[in-house]
Design a protein. Structure first.
Length: 260
């Protein structure tokens, strides 16, 4: 965790991220939130180890394994600085579970101080229908029909509301899109995507500014996002927008061959 940021704030951001990715396919297993959404996002189809519980780690895993087998999913555990019990990552590693998807959570303070987004001539940003947005971003990412449906249903049924925006060029073509989730004073950016032909032209930064400006109108003052640690182009964009490192997380999964 970044020692320059308040740990209580980072813990609230972790809670907000868990809430924003909540699917209907979840259950409790001795303090762990076990999620089995068939979509692409691992946050919605992993074990969120939010409480220590009473059983040892290997006992919990033994109870979770048939749940994932029945769902046709690989069992994946999300490991954060807030995961419980203490020593979870070392315990999973000792059981032979592989580290995958190293991820950064980034934070931006004082959203209200940001200037308004400056659009290029002829470009516009518009609020989008959530179903249309998830279909568009799923198609751009190469998600299967089932994954797109799961994404649409999860965001539509989320306990905290999603708001999607699309950026169009002068010809009316979509060049970028993204979603924002506001929970109290926290605004989370999700599914920010730029079409391949339009990358490195500043569209993602402009879109993020528009999403965050919209969030401030709903009372948000702190932004957060989650980004692949290996995605240097995205990290560079977010740093330019004023986001700083908050904390890291990753996943652990069994070594056997299975869909991830």
């Amino acid at each position: 965790m970044n020692p320059a940021l308040d740990e209580a704030l980072l813990a609230r951001i972790e809670d907000a991220g868990i809430n924003a990715s909540a699917p209907r396919q979840q259950r409790w297993v001795d303090g762990w939130l076990v999620r089995t959404c068939p979509g692409k996002a691992k946050r919605a189809r992993c074990i969120q180890a939010v409480a220590a519980g009473r059983e040892p780690v290997f006992g919990k895993l033994a109870r979770c394994r048939p749940i994932y087998a029945a769902a046709g999913l690989r069992m994946v555990v999300r490991v954060t600085p807030f995961s419980r019990p203490d020593g979870l990552d070392a315990a999973l590693a000792a059981l032979g579970m592989q580290l995958i998807d190293d991820t950064r959570v980034m934070v931006k303070m004082n959203l209200g101080d940001d200037p308004s987004p400056q659009l290029q001539p002829g470009f516009r940003v518009e609020v989008a229908d959530a179903a249309a947005f998830t279909e568009w971003v799923g198609a751009e990412r190469g998600s299967s029909a089932g994954e797109r449906t799961a994404h649409r249903d999860r965001t539509a049924q989320s306990p905290v509301p999603y708001e999607a925006m699309l950026m169009r060029n002068a010809a009316g073509d979509i060049v970028a899109g993204g979603q924002v989730v506001v929970e109290g004073d926290l605004a989370g950016l999700y599914d920010v995507f730029t079409t391949e032909a339009e990358r490195s032209r500043g569209h993602a930064a402009t879109l993020c500014r528009a999403l965050l400006r919209h969030a401030t109108e709903g009372g948000a003052r702190i932004g957060y996002l989650q980004v692949d640690a290996a995605n240097e182009p995205a990290l560079a964009v977010y740093r330019r927008l004023g986001f700083v490192a908050g904390y890291d997380y990753h996943y652990r999964a069994p070594a056997e061959a299975a869909p991830v």
